[in-house]
Ligand binder design. Structure first.
Ligand code: G3I
Length: 355
């Protein structure tokens, strides 16, 4: 498989599009190519990253949607009980509006980035805090967001069922339905999403996680719990330490569509941590994974959105969380560390152009 990826990625590089350069005039943007297929192309950003004029320009030309990478998490919005600070996400929403971009909400209920005061609450107070938080935050952005990641990563990593986090332990499995119902009550027009990772590959662990996810979704659908889409995060790998092939993915997407759910790719990037240092090979392998993944998801009619967890290699969470042993920065995103095109750009463009 690796050989095929390399060939494909190299082909893309040879196409000439892969030469790192500023976008030639008239090159279709990722958003334009996505829109031609009825999709949107998005990017996770932060206020700090948008202070850079070059990156700001890349986002406003290449993306049609942004999502706050970190500014909309509980520890930033309600650091102190009952005292909400929306200034950071409001700035991002202002930027989105100024440039005609949509914005997603990410994320309401997660086991990470919780203020200390939430983590120590007993069940009854935790439920009240959850209700206040969702009602206040979703109410504040009522009618202004493309969608909300209401629950993030609820499935256990080993696919054995729901993640055994403080939400499950203190509120029981119904915390998910409760969060969705609270969000719907606060904004009946909001598109509500459950967002998950580790659903993309062809390995047995992914298969187990998919089944646990489908069990949850089928139960919510059977009960008529408000839910409109699922988010496949799409954190991929350009080597064997994670999903690099997607033969089984189209059938899983059909299973999701059969539940009358839209499908969003919400955090797409390709981890090159285990690859050799040479940039041409790394870029070619990363491009090959983009090509293979998009070939698997783009034919799905319920796919509505593709959002990268970043847009330029200058800004990726992977260097903090998955640093390369050789200390070199990772190259996981559609544009390189000079915001210029790379083989991945060409691979994405080619995939979006393919009928
Ligand atoms: O803002 C504080 C800063 O004040 C402080 O000085 C600094 C000290 O470390 O921390 C800063 O907060 C960091 C935050 O990102 C903003 O940069 C946190 O430590 C850091 O843990 C946090 O990491 C984010 C992570 O989610 C946890 O929220 C990553 O940037 C972000 O890319 C990552 O994104 C998640 C998605 O939300 C859910 N799916 C998985 C994805 C990758 O983990």
């Amino acid at each position: 498989m690796r050989r095929r990826q390399l060939i494909l990625g190299s082909l893309v590089a040879v196409l000439g599009w892969g030469v790192a350069r500023a976008l030639p005039p008239g090159t279709p943007t990722l958003q334009a190519l996505a829109a031609a297929r009825g999709l949107r192309w998005g990017a996770a950003v932060t206020n700090a990253q948008l202070q850079d004029p070059g990156f700001r320009n890349l986002v406003t030309t290449q993306a049609g949607l942004i999502v706050p990478e970190s500014e909309m998490k509980w520890d930033g919005l309600e650091a102190t009980p009952g005292r909400f600070d929306f200034s950071a996400p409001d700035r991002l929403l202002g930027f989105a509006r100024e440039h005609g971009l949509a914005m997603r909400g990410h994320t309401l209920v997660w086991h990470q980035q919780l203020p200390d005061w939430v983590q120590t609450l007993p069940a009854e107070e935790l439920d009240r805090a959850l209700a206040t938080y969702i009602s206040t935050v979703v109410g504040h952005y009522r009618g202004q967001l493309q969608s909300w990641d209401v629950v993030n990563e609820p499935i256990a990593d080993d696919g054995s069922g729901l993640r055994r986090d403080l939400w499950l332990e203190r509120l029981g499995p119904d915390y998910i339905a409760r969060a969705l119902t609270l969000a719907h009550r606060a904004d009946p027009g909001a598109v509500l999403v459950i967002n998950e990772y580790g659903l993309e590959g062809d390995d047995p662990k992914t298969a187990r996680k998919r089944q646990s996810f489908l069990t949850l979704l089928r139960d919510l659908r059977r009960r008529g719990v408000p839910l409109h889409a699922v988010g496949l995060q799409g954190h991929l790998y350009a080597n064997g330490s994670g999903p690099t092939t997607f033969a089984s993915l189209p059938a899983f997407l059909r299973d999701l569509a059969a539940l009358d759910l839209d499908i969003f790719v919400t955090e797409l990037d390709v981890n090159d941590r285990e690859l050799p240092a040479a940039i041409p090979e790394r870029d070619a392998r990363v491009a090959g994974v983009y090509a293979g993944f998009l070939a698997a998801v783009l034919p799905e009619p319920r796919l509505k959105l593709i959002t990268g967890w970043g847009l330029s290699d200058r800004f990726t969470w992977l260097n903090q969380f998955f640093p390369r042993a050789d200390g070199l920065p990772q190259r996981p995103l559609p544009f390189n560390n000079r915001d210029a095109t790379k083989p991945a750009t060409a691979a994405i463009q080619a995939a979006l152009l393919r009928k």
